[in-house]
Design a protein around this ligand. Structure first.
Ligand SMILES: [Fe+2]
Length: 194
């Protein structure tokens, strides 16, 4: 159980997610995030990050298809999309040395590290140049989860600096058909900060 207070899946309110085609861990995660989206705004981020953290520790959640790497670029796999269009879940599989470009987000986003260590660089935003300025780099271990709102408050670059594969579990506040096109806003980085 992800939290102490979730109602049984069958009693959730009208926007509840059809769970028939989902594995139990995914259905539970979808329900938790759906409830967080419909709950108090001030608690939404913490609830989503918590749900992802717990789900990422469930080894049965990530099927072989959701663990498949891709040559040349990190792989993004849709775990499930909310039928109401509130959010989409992805697994991202990071091969050794694979990184995202620096980016902000056009929607809220959250992730949890599922396997191996990721490396995240955070950036500030310089409004005069319109560029991102590196603020620091941190290793993210399994058990780490975070939430960020849309906009320039969080600019980051995530990836795998180790020699073996890594996996993270992500939630984005867009419907499934837009998750490949309406999430990341690529950012230029101030030259001296690269
Ligand atoms: Fe991101």
């Amino acid at each position: 159980m992800l939290q102490a207070r979730p109602a049984p899946l069958g009693t959730r309110r009208q926007r509840a997610i059809s769970t028939s085609a989902l594995s139990y861990p995914v259905a539970l995660l979808m329900a938790e995030i759906g409830d967080a989206c419909d709950g108090p705004a001030h608690a939404m981020g913490d609830r989503i990050a918590h749900a992802l953290r717990v789900a990422a520790a469930m080894p049965e959640l990530l099927t072989p298809e959701l663990r498949a790497p891709r040559n040349g670029c990190y792989a993004r796999h849709t775990v499930a999309a909310d039928p109401a269009g509130r959010f989409t879940l992805l697994s991202i599989v990071w091969g050794a040395g694979q990184f995202s470009p620096p980016h902000a987000h056009d929607t809220w986003c959250a992730y949890a590290v599922a396997e191996n260590t990721l490396t995240e660089t955070l950036y500030g935003f310089d409004p005069r140049s319109g560029k991102a300025v590196a603020a620091g780099t941190t290793e993210r271990e399994p058990g780490y989860a975070c939430f960020a709102p849309a906009g320039l408050e969080q600019i980051h670059r995530l990836g795998n600096a180790t020699g073996v594969g890594a996996i993270s579990l992500h939630a984005y506040g867009v419907e499934g058909s837009r998750v490949g096109t309406h999430v990341n806003r690529l950012m230029d980085v101030a030259e001296r900060e690269r």
